[in-house]
Design a protein around this ligand. Sequence first.
Ligand code: AMP
Length: 492
Amino acid sequence: MGNSCRKHCQAIRRLLPCGNNGTGKTEVIVIPTEQHKPTYVALYDYQARTPDELSIFAGDRMQILNSNQQNWLKARLLSPRENLEGYVPINYVAPVTDIASQPYFFRNFKRTDAERQLILPGNGVGSYLIRESESQVGNYSLSVYDGTHVKHYRIHKNDNDGYFITTRTVFPSLQELVTYYSQNADGLCCRLANPCLRNEAPLPPDLCYETADHWEIDRNSLKFLKRLGHGQFGEVWEGLWSDTISVAIKTLKTGTMKPQDFLREAQFMKNLKHPKLIQLYAVCTLEEPVYIITELMRHGSLLSYLQNDKGETIGLPQQVDIAAQVSSGMEYLERQNFIHRDLAARNVLVGENSVYKVADFGLARVFEDDAIYLARNDTKLPLKWTAPEAICDNKFSVKSDVWSFGILLYEIATYGKMPYQGMSGREAHEKVMMGYRLPQPPNCHASFYKIMLDCWKEQPENRPTFDTLQWRLEDFFEVEVSSYYDPKEFIQ
Ligand code: AMP
């Protein structure tokens, strides 16, 4: 874009949520004037949910007219249904000139995500994807499935904007690099065949464009279909919003908290967006019981999922993967300085394709302390999950969440056994205060247990951060070392 062009453009600084770029960093979005509207392409089909939205089909091209809302863009279709206008979710479209519009590019994908995705049925030898490198900002990585393993290659960029895996062959664009390695493997584990299959479309960032800002919704727009469970504070239902969109509806027992306290907290929770956190969509707080509307997770709580599996399909790699996904959501909360306060397997939910997300973050704060510590039946008390300094001095911090994460690892390793079995919460707390720690569960990998012990260090500052926990879990099997290509030939 030339200087004169720049003059006509208006720069808007805004915070992109993690669901978009995974970083939560401030980014400058340039919204051009009439002559310079950028062309975008639809990555997935989206069915308009309200009259101010626009239905799009994957491949549709459109111009972006404005973006006055963080997660929604106002678009005008170019073809084939020219001039139809409306809002589209930002994660369903990408600029045509952007690599994100390519079928092989996977936005916000980590190495572990690539490994999970490429081995799904439907992918075969040579299935591949390109993602942003985690370790080298600005560079890309190519992940390829050779039929048995997923291999990763770094794609470097030189000063002349050339892309290369090995300095022997440099390409002016990523597309040309892909085309070249589709024709000959030339040192890769195999030729590139088909772009990795995508999951179904991602969740839109909100129930609809309107609820992005107005998320107190009419309770009559909800239909209750099936009771999924009930907790100490109310029931959880599978339901439909506006007769079409599947949601989970949490009904809070009358009198468990003050609606205005909840609303204050929910305001903050609504803005927390991350692929490993349950998305809060809307609330009904004008009358009791208060409803919380969130995304629906088909396989329910991690606790019952582990207990039902008992090790039949979940082995060490899956256990590490669950822990890594939870730590990724918690790392995001850590960056936002947000304390969960009730992290446990019962508050992690399981979705399709082995996706695990953290739920109920921040809710514990809304309830009276008494409700948390005294009202619950002693065997269910979160005392067993709560760090000693939080129990004794009410010192909740990210590091007390790290303690709870250690207990969650224990639950994962034991397929959902009650920690400190045979002890009451109080007894467990007293023993912990005297230095006792849960023993290494049978069949638990020593390194996995070592992570638990680190989470249970007496001094909170000696416990690892979620950032550290995340990379320790993601690098658990040292895949990095073994699967990046031969260092003599390929640049690391
Ligand atoms: P809770 O009251 O949050 O402990 O939830 C009780 C049970 O309802 C959980 O153990 C899950 O089985 C289920 N549940 C809660 N939230 C959801 C959700 N968003 N999607 C699907 N099931 C849920």
